[in-house]
Every structure is written in C-alpha cells, then in structure tokens.
Design a protein around this ligand. Structure first.
Ligand SMILES: Cc1cc2nc3c(=O)[nH]c(=O)nc-3n(C[C@H](O)[C@H](O)[C@H](O)COP(=O)(O)OP(=O)(O)OC[C@H]3O[C@@H](n4cnc5c(N)ncnc54)[C@H](O)[C@@H]3O)c2cc1C
Ligand code: SF4
Length: 488
C-alpha cells in the first residue's frame, strides 16, 4: 500500500466528459483523460484491504490492489503486467464494464469506492502509447489445431490464451469483421472500433488466423471442422432476439434494436449509408426495454437527430440506493443513468405496450399502452396487473425493440449434436466441455446474454480446459476467485 491515508486525502475522481450537446454531433468517444498526477492519486485511495472484496467482485479475479499500488508508485509497466495477467483486453472492460469490482470495494461502505475501472483504462492506454503492448509469440508450436467459432470477447480471449501455449488457432467469424457484439452491437460512442483493430493487429502478429465471412454450418460444414481440428470452441453468442407479438407488430417503423444498432455501426464504419427505415432523424422514437441495449438505442437515436426519444420499461423504477435485502458487497439493484440517458430521453416505468397503431399504408403512427403494477406473491414470481383505466396513445414513427435475447441460435449446436441446458443455452457438462469430448463452449452461448467481462473470463477458463484436454495438463492460468458475488 503506497499512501496510508490516501483514501482520506483524495476524493474519487469522476472522468470528465464532453457536454451532451456537443458530443451527440458525432459518434466518437467523449471522455477526457485525467493527468498522470490525478490518476496516481486515485491509485493512492486504495486501502490494500486484508480481504480485498474487489477481487471477488471481478469475474476475472483482477489483482486490483496490486495495480492500484503500482499506479500510485508510478510503475505503469508493472501495473500493465499485473492487469494483463488476468485480463486479455482491459481496453474493452476499462471502457464498457459496469464495474462490479467497484460495487464490492470496501471503501464503498463509507465513501465513494476506488475508481478501479478508470485506473484500468488508463493503465492499458499508457501501455499502448508507450509501445509496451507487443505481440508475444509462443516459444514452440505443439502441432495441435484448434477452431474457435465466433470472434466476440469470449472467442478472442480463448484464442489468445491457446495460441500463447503454442497451439495453432483459427477463428471463424460469419460477419465481415472480427469482434462480435463489440463491433456490431456496441456503438462507437461507447468504444471506437479502432480500439478493437489495435488489439487485432497484435493477435494476428502472434499467429492467430482469422477467417471472416464464414458461417460454420453454412459456408463450411461441421463435419469438416470436426475432422480438421483437434479441439473446437463454440463462442457464438446469444443472438435470438425476444419479440413483441401484439396487434400491429408488422407495421413499417418497428425494428429490433440489434438490427438498428448493427446497421448503424456499419454505417459509421462507412460500409453503407443508413437506410431510411433505420433513420431516427426528425422522428418520435420509442425504445421498448430499459437495459444496456435500450440505452445504446437512445444514444444512437439522439445522434441521428430524433425529434424525441422515449424509453419504456415494464419493471418499476428502481430506488437510487441499496435496500437492506441487497447489501454491500452484492451487485446493487438500483437506478442507473447511462451517458445516453443524460443526452436526452424521457423514461417511463411500469408500462406495457398493448398495440401498435398505423395508417392505411401500413406505416407506424403510434402505440397504445397501459400502466402496470407488480403484486408480490410469496415464493413465486410477482404477478403483473394491468390498469385498464390507464390506457394511453403515444405518437411515434420509429419503435426499437430492446427486449433482450432468449439464447443462442440452435442450428450450429444441433449440427454438432450438442445438448442444451434447461434455459436453452449450449450445455457445458464438464463446465466448458460439451457432451462431445473435443467440443467446448464459452461466453453468452453457454451462460446466456451477459457481460464482456464474463465472456473474457469464460474464454480464458475454456482455454485452460482445452489445453488440459489436448496436453494432459495446462500451465494456462486458472481463476481462483469467482466473481460469484454478482447476481447477473
Ligand atoms: C447492444 C449491446 C450492448 C452491450 N453493451 C455492453 C456493455 O456496455 N458492457 C458489457 O459488459 N456488455 C455489454 N453487452 C453484452 C456483451 O456485448 C456480450 O455479453 C458479449 O459480447 C458476449 O461475448 P461472446 O463472445 O460470448 O459473444 P458475441 O460478442 O455475441 O460474439 C459471437 C460471435 O459469433 C459469431 N457467430 C455466430 N454464429 C456463428 C457461426 N455459425 N459461424 C461463425 N461465426 C458465428 C457472431 O457473428 C458473433 O460475432 C452488450 C450487448 C448488446 C447486445
Ligand atoms: S476493496 Fe477497494 S480499497 Fe480494498 S483493496 Fe480493493 S480496491 Fe482497494
């Protein structure tokens, strides 16, 4: 621990951001880097706790007090090595993670917690700007061949781990570019795509082979993959979108949030012009669904120049503090305001959409809602009660459905003859190993729609198991902290 009274001396630093009015004029990231002195002070706030709860809050088991201390001591290269020892891609999590570690930080009981995510982001940015992050080639090649299907954070983390111990890794991706939801789900204003490309260059130099625009099971057979490779990792995500099948759901002007976001991300990348059907400009937009995806739709609609943006959530408005049933260090179920909400949107809770309204040409003109309440029933899920008296029409010309994902697509796992768990996810019988010996599974397709940090963690763990399967034992790190404090 560097500074004994650092947590008393310094306040938590909130990262500066460009004002909403200016930042919605483009899709660039809008945070302003703090200077080195300020970052070191943030590192000095860490109390180096005897039992560092931040560790167990982090699904990767990041060694947080160690890198906090290294930053305070101005030993940035050492901080980077500590960070990379548990996390392949801190530049993704440092920008996009909801930071369960901070919610579990001991300092958080009495004061604002240590700014762990901010410190993480600027350690890795320093690493790139100093040229410390370079390709690390394996000393020997094992001759074993591994196919990774799906190039999201789970697939990429596994590929890097497996390549580092000398296996020959080929990553197959059905999209035209690598990155999974990092590339075509998450908008640039949360993470610019050059951040992915910068890391990809390193992975390519390390020897990983990337094959884009190849859908396994469609453009290339599963039989070929099984014959050609010694082990296979399926990391194809959870992309089946939940729908809202109510009267009027075929009207023009209703789109799935993910179709809207991926279309827009490709437009920002210069791959095409934004199609009129996905353009929010001068339209009243209603985003149905109050999660991360909904929030990304709000930020994107405001950047298009929407006339108004309204966000519906069927659940009650959360409190802005923890309740007694939800104590520290558990993940707090409290109200969250994302940067997109700050940019302008009207939010409604306890609201249910009953019908979409349209004109004679089949164009959406509005929707009908009722207010709902949730009745608690002992040992059962709360019951939804509609208030028929509260019916209301909302004018809108674009509706974005951000209702979550029900699980992974079934075609590929069925072609491989894999089994599913009760929730419809691909089943890892021996954690990451499926019912077929040489086929492994990691990320959202195994655990359901989750977080980047969990995808990286699963990719790393699956890599350990695959290496052990191929070689009899593995030197790849295995996590000893579980992050199970988080109830995602
Ligand atoms: C809009 C949105 C915003 C989000 N924002 C955040 C956030 O801010 N922070 C956070 O922590 N999490 C966020 N998430 C969740 C996070 O992105 C996911 O949990 C994470 O990307 C899952 O990683 P994955 O590697 O399992 O799968 P994915 O990232 O989904 O990648 C799977 C890849 O597999 C490919 N694929 C599928 N089938 C095949 C096939 N047969 N052949 C070849 N390739 C195939 C897909 O094209 C895709 O590229 C967000 C999710 C969404 C939808
Ligand atoms: S819990 Fe907070 S104060 Fe304690 S070691 Fe972790 S980051 Fe530092």
């Amino acid at each position: 621990m560097g500074k004994i009274r650092g947590f008393i001396e310094y306040d938590r630093l909130k990262e500066l951001v460009i004002a909403p009015k200016s930042r919605i004029k483009n899709y660039k990231e809008f945070t302003v880097a703090p200077n080195e002195k300020k970052l070191r002070e943030q590192g000095a706030r860490c109390m180096d706790c005897g039992v560092p709860f931040c560790h167990s809050g982090c699904p990767l088991g990041n060694m947080i007090p160690d890198f906090n201390d290294a930053v305070y001591e101005n030993e940035w290269k050492s901080a980077l090595d500590i960070l990379h020892s548990t996390n392949n891609f801190p530049e993704f999590t440092g920008r996009l993670c909801p930071a369960p570690c901070e919610e579990a930080c001991v300092l958080g009981i009495v004061k604002p917690p240590v700014s762990i995510e901010l410190i993480e982001k600027y350690i890795v940015e320093r690493g790139f700007s100093e040229g410390w992050i370079t390709a690390k080639l394996p000393k020997n090649r094992t001759g074993k061949k591994i196919a990774v299907i799906g190039s999201g954070p789970a697939g990429l983390a596994a590929a890097q781990q497996l390549n580092s111990v000398g296996h020959n890794v080929t990553v197959y991706e059905r999209e035209n570019k690598i990155g999974g939801l990092l590339r075509y789900g998450i908008p640039d204003f949360k993470m610019e795509k050059k951040v992915i490309d910068r890391r990809l260059e390193i992975l390519k130099k390390e020897g990983i082979v990337f094959k884009c625009s190849i859908e396994v099971g469609k453009n290339i057979t599963t039989e070929y993959i099984e014959k050609e490779f010694d082990a296979i990792l399926i990391s194809t995500g959870a992309s089946i979108k939940r729908n809202l099948l109510i009267p009027g759901s075929n009207l023009k002007g209703i789109a799935q949030a993910m179709d809207f976001l991926s279309h827009n991300n490709k437009a920002v990348d210069g791959q095409h012009k934004c199609d009129k059907k996905y353009l929010a400009k001068d339209r009243n937009v209603i985003v149905i669904g109050g999660g991360d995806t909904g929030s990304d739709c709000i930020g994107t609609s405001n950047r298009h120049g929407a006339k108004s943006v309204t966000n519906f959530e069927i659940m009650p408005k959360p409190l802005d503090y923890r309740t007694d049933e939800n104590p520290w260090p558990y993940w707090p179920f409290k109200l969250k305001n994302s940067s997109s909400h700050e940019e302008g949107s009207h939010r409604e809770w306890n609201i249910l959409t009953k019908e979409f309204l349209g004109d004679k040409n089949g164009n959406l003109t509005g929707l009908k809602t009722v207010e709902v309440k949730w009745e608690k029933i002992p040992n059962k899920r709360p019951k939804l009660i509609e208030n028929k008296e509260s019916e209301k029409d909302w004018p809108c010309e674009l509706v974005l459905l951000a209702l979550g994902f029900t699980g992974p697509e079934k075609t590929l796992p069925e072609q491989f003859d894999l089994t599913f768990d009760k929730r419809g996810n691909i089943q890892g019988l021996n954690k990451y190993q499926t019912n077929k010996n040489k086929i492994f599974v990691a990320g959202d397709c195994r655990r359901g729609q989750s977080l980047i940090v969990w995808a990286i963690s699963e990719g790393r763990e699956a890599a350990h198991q695959i290496d052990e399967f191929l070689m009899g034992s593995s030197l790849l790190p295995k996590k000893n902290m579980s992050g199970d404090l988080i109830a995602y």
